[in-house]
Design a protein around this ligand. Structure first.
Ligand code: AMP
Ligand code: ZN
Ligand code: FE
Ligand code: FE
Length: 289
């Protein structure tokens, strides 16, 4: 079978338990329709989506791993960008993991009114109640605020909302407390899971520190893997991350960061259209659990 034709996997999917727009049921249906061989639901600071998928029953043809994506604090200062730790194969009922995620969700909840207040101070007529009404039971995050800004005609796109207002350093940005990365790694491991550094391309290390220094440091803390395949990783970046993972004995994972309509250019299983994550990575990951 041609490499690109063989069914792949997607180990980075957001449901409506965080800022994706598909329910876990819809994700399972879509994964089957796309003939994916394995998926993981990795919501921001929540395992509700993964738990719901398990409760619905995973189709026999589909491999499934519980997952989570924890917003963590990098191990040294001056590291900028999205420092996210993915956890695969975690026990959904682990009490310490659940308690930690609850605290993180509360932090996001506390910050949303502050973001909306800043936008209002800038003259935008936006309300959190309307945003909540569109979100349902899942967590509200910046993408939901951005989506509302698009609907109100304040900006032309979600990306524009981030670029002009919501991204770090922009006028309506409000920081939120993060889990120390050592702790994120520990709680994932203690919940029976494998901790993986998400989308390394989105990280910028401070002068004098390379990404490889960061990886070595995280490995010493117990990191087990690296997300090597990701829509925003050009082939040369994936190749660089592959050899880095090999050098440091880390597992390799990959996924699209599918968010449904909130990231309309990213499709489940194929990202911007050309991502292919091979099934053997799933088998190796499962074997490591
Ligand atoms: P929050 O959890 O509220 O901090 O929001 C994080 C989410 O915002 C992640 O899912 C990202 O995909 C999304 N996000 C972060 N930065 C950007 C950006 N510059 N453009 C579009 N989406 C972004
Ligand atoms: Zn997200
Ligand atoms: Fe992320
Ligand atoms: Fe993500």
């Amino acid at each position: 079978m041609d490499y690109n034709e063989s069914p792949g996997i997607d180990l980075h999917i957001h449901s409506n338990a965080s800022d994706g727009t598909c329910s876990p049921a819809e994700i399972l249906i879509l994964a089957q329709r796309l003939k994916l061989r394995a998926i993981s639901i990795t919501d921001h600071d929540s395992i509700d989506g993964a738990r719901e998928a398990l409760a619905l029953g995973i189709p026999e043809s589909l491999g499934f791993l519980t997952g989570v994506e924890i917003s963590a604090a990098p191990p040294f200062p001056g590291c900028v960008g999205s420092f996210h730790v993915l956890g695969y194969g975690i026990r959904p009922d682990d009490p310490v993991l659940n308690k930690t995620l609850e605290v993180q969700r509360a932090a996001r909840d506390n910050r949303n009114p502050m973001i909306v207040e800043r936008l209002r101070e800038m003259g935008m007529e936006i309300s959190l109640e309307e945003i909540r009404a569109e979100t349902g039971d899942g967590q509200v995050g910046r993408p939901h605020i951005a989506r509302r800004m698009v609907k109100l005609g304040i900006v032309g796109s979600i990306d524009e909302a981030f670029d002009k207002h919501l991204a770090a350093g922009k006028p309506a940005y409000v920081d939120k407390p993060r889990v120390e990365c050592r702790r994120a790694i520990d709680i994932i491991r203690n919940a029976g899971g494998v901790p993986v550094l998400a989308h390394p391309i989105l990280l910028t290390t401070p002068p004098g520190k390379s990404l490889e220094d960061l990886i070595i440091h995280l490995k010493e803390m117990g990191l087990k893997g690296m997300e090597v395949y990701y829509p925003e990783h050009p082939p040369e970046a994936s190749a660089r991350f592959e050899s880095m993972a090999e050098r440091h004995g880390l597992l390799m994972t990959g996924g699209t960061d599918f968010h449904g309509a909130i990231k309309p250019d990213i499709a489940m299983g194929s990202g911007a259209g050309d991502l292919h994550v091979p099934f053997h990575l799933y088998e190796t990951l499962v074997a490591a659990l």
